[in-house]
Design a binder for this molecule. Structure first.
Ligand SMILES: [Zn+2]
Length: 225
């Protein structure tokens, strides 16, 4: 193995200078093209936007360091990608079905303080993932949430019950959410799988909603933003 071969090969100072110019130009081009998409910034990317970023990234990458690759090639390809982006964005605004196809639909995860069962059964997401998301937005238990919607860009939108309308719900913080083995009278318990709340006779009752049998004590503290 020849270290000289790996690191330097036949690089000349002239080509190093060319690399510096190529990289600087392509970097400038990426910024100009991203501005042309009309996006303000990228916190959460939808699948479609991620595809654009990946395309631009690979288009910009090669001309940065490939000898004999004119930058005009990259320019043309980038222009095509941006034109596609604009066209698809326009089609998505015009046709809802097309948008659902490209971006994915938003999904109801929580309705009236309980998890929406079909979505969990489909395995589209893990409990932990959206429980973490809800905790970060200050939700203590599901009984505070009237509607929880998973947007197509992965963000979580929620509507809350008014303080006096807060229900008993499944606690989302680990310490408060421990499986019980005995039940107390006149106490509400929440199904740890679907969030269904019920007064239990004993700890082995099967959840009427999802047929699991793991319960934890429900809480009903109101939501404070
Ligand atoms: Zn259940």
């Amino acid at each position: 193995m020849d270290v000289q071969q790996i690191f330097i090969h036949d690089t000349t100072w002239v080509f190093v200078a060319e690399l510096i110019i190529r990289a600087a130009l392509m970097f400038g081009m990426i910024i100009i093209f991203l501005r042309l998409t009309g996006k303000r910034g990228v916190r959460q990317l939808s699948i479609f936007e991620l595809a654009i970023i990946l395309s631009l990234g690979s288009i910009a990458g090669d001309p940065m360091f490939t000898e004999n690759l004119p930058l005009v090639h990259a320019l043309v390809v980038m222009a095509v990608v941006i034109a596609m982006y604009r066209l698809i964005t326009w089609l998505m605004m015009k046709y809802q079905a097309f948008e659902d196809l490209v971006e994915g639909k938003s999904l109801y995860i929580v309705e009236d303080g309980e998890l929406v069962l079909e979505k969990i059964k489909l395995g589209k997401m893990s409990h932990d993932e959206f429980f973490a998301e809800m905790r970060q937005q200050g939700v203590e238990h599901l009984g505070q949430v009237r509607v929880g919607l998973l947007e197509s860009d992965g963000k979580f939108s929620m509507l809350f019950f008014q303080a006096e309308a807060t229900r008993y719900g499944l606690p989302l913080f680990p310490k408060a959410c421990q499986a019980i083995h005995r039940t107390e009278p006149h106490t509400y318990y929440a199904c740890m799988y679907c969030g269904h709340v019920s007064l239990l006779e004993h700890a082995n009752v099967v959840c009427p909603r999802c047929s699991k049998q793991q319960w934890t004590q429900a809480i009903n503290t109101p939501y404070r933003a």
